[in-house]
Design a binder for this molecule. Structure first.
Ligand code: SF4
Length: 366
């Protein structure tokens, strides 16, 4: 597709297009909120938000947290994404953007009797998808919330544009960021998160956040057994995180549902990774997530316990503390932790620090 002389193809060019922040291009797109753009592999469509903007997700660990998803669907198209199985998911290669969401939020906030302390971005999408409409909408939403003194908790696998860094810098005390990253290996990341930011770009996010005085947490979620939970992979990652004094991370293993398995198979079938994953889940167990009312295939509980313990120990060498959310590991801890923010994971839940200390390990993972 050619737009104002710029040849846009899905993938590299569209990412560069956003990153460059060339206003003449993004302005063209955003000044027309009803514009429908089709890329070779991506269809972006504006839709109207009819219900309230601040919603409570069904995930138990976030059930008390106001959440905003600026889009239905997500251009990052991670192979393991659970949201790709939702009934409202528009299909791969399609993102529906709520064109009226920012305006609606501005009307909604003054009418609310009680304002939330903070808002989570996002439970089933990413606020920083490299699409101009999404970036600008997310910016406006966050700016509005911060002006109301409402905090932002952003979890992202995208790139953080400069204008967000400037905004965050002005409201440092109200901003909590989690960078989703499980590997520095671009070859692996390219397969499992094809259109998300590269590992290098996510580390750059961390560096730039530190430069504006915000040390983010990281989220190793989901870890893929035999692929991203290896000592080599994690050591390389922790070394870099230590450089930026990242000191807290959430860890969770991948769980499988039939559609997640199908998507993983589609992405990994031509690699040896598929066999590796399958082998690990042969002895898995079916568990009921606290997060949702459905059963999933999880790794064997001993494997998870041993591995969380080993990862926690390894991370400790780099002065990073790990926590595990009970939503996705109800057979290990009852503490749902995703709603705890502001770096208080260990302050509010001291048990987490010793979660694995008393476990009798049956098997050495590393
Ligand atoms: S970034 Fe999150 S919502 Fe988007 S595809 Fe990946 S897992 Fe799904």
């Amino acid at each position: 597709m050619a737009l104002m002389g710029l040849d846009i193809k899905w993938g590299r060019n569209i990412n560069r297009f956003i990153l460059c922040g060339k206003q003449r291009y993004s302005g063209t797109l955003l000044n027309n909120p009803c514009i429908v753009i089709s890329y070779r592999k991506m269809h972006i469509e504006s839709i109207e938000r009819k219900t309230a903007v601040l919603a409570r997700p069904t995930l138990k660990c976030l059930s008390q947290v106001a959440t905003i998803n600026p889009t239905i669907g997500c251009s990052h198209q991670c192979a393991y994404c659970y949201a790709r199985g939702y009934s409202i998911y528009p299909g791969d290669g399609k993102v529906l953007v709520y064109e009226n969401m920012a305006e609606k939020l501005k009307k909604e906030l003054p009418r609310r009797r009680k304002l939330p302390k903070y808002v989570f971005f996002s439970s089933s999408s990413d606020a920083l998808q490299p699409i101009p409409q999404v970036i600008n909408l997310s910016y406006e939403l966050m700016q509005t919330l911060l002006e109301y003194n409402i905090g932002i908790n952003l979890l992202t696998k995208g790139r953080i544009p400069i204008k967000f860094l400037d905004l965050f810098k002005r409201h440092k005390k109200l901003v909590h960021i989690q960078i989703g990253i499980t590997t520095l290996n671009r070859n692996i990341q390219r397969i499992i998160e094809p259109y998300a930011a590269t590992p290098g770009e996510r580390i750059r996010n961390i560096e730039q956040l530190c430069n504006v005085g915000i040390v983010p947490e990281v989220k190793l979620d989901p870890l893929i057994p035999g692929i991203t939970d290896t000592k080599t992979n994690l050591t390389a990652l922790f070394r870099v995180l230590q450089k930026y004094e990242v000191n807290a991370m959430g860890i969770n293993y991948l769980f499988l549902r039939p559609f997640i398995k199908k998507n993983l198979y589609k992405s990994l079938r031509k690699t040896s990774l598929w066999e590796e994953i399958n082998a690990h889940y042969q002895n898995g167990s079916s568990i009921n997530l606290l997060a949702e009312k459905s059963r999933v295939q999880a790794l064997d509980v001993h494997y998870r316990k041993n591995s969380y313990h080993a990862i926690d120990e390894l991370a400790g060498l780099y002065k990073i503390s790990a926590y595990v959310c009970g939503c996705k590991n109800p057979d290990i801890t009852e503490e749902p932790l995703c709603d705890i923010n502001w770096g208080k994971h260990f302050q509010d839940t001291p048990k987490q620090k010793g979660l694995f200390a008393s476990q009798i390990l049956t098997e050495k993972i590393f």
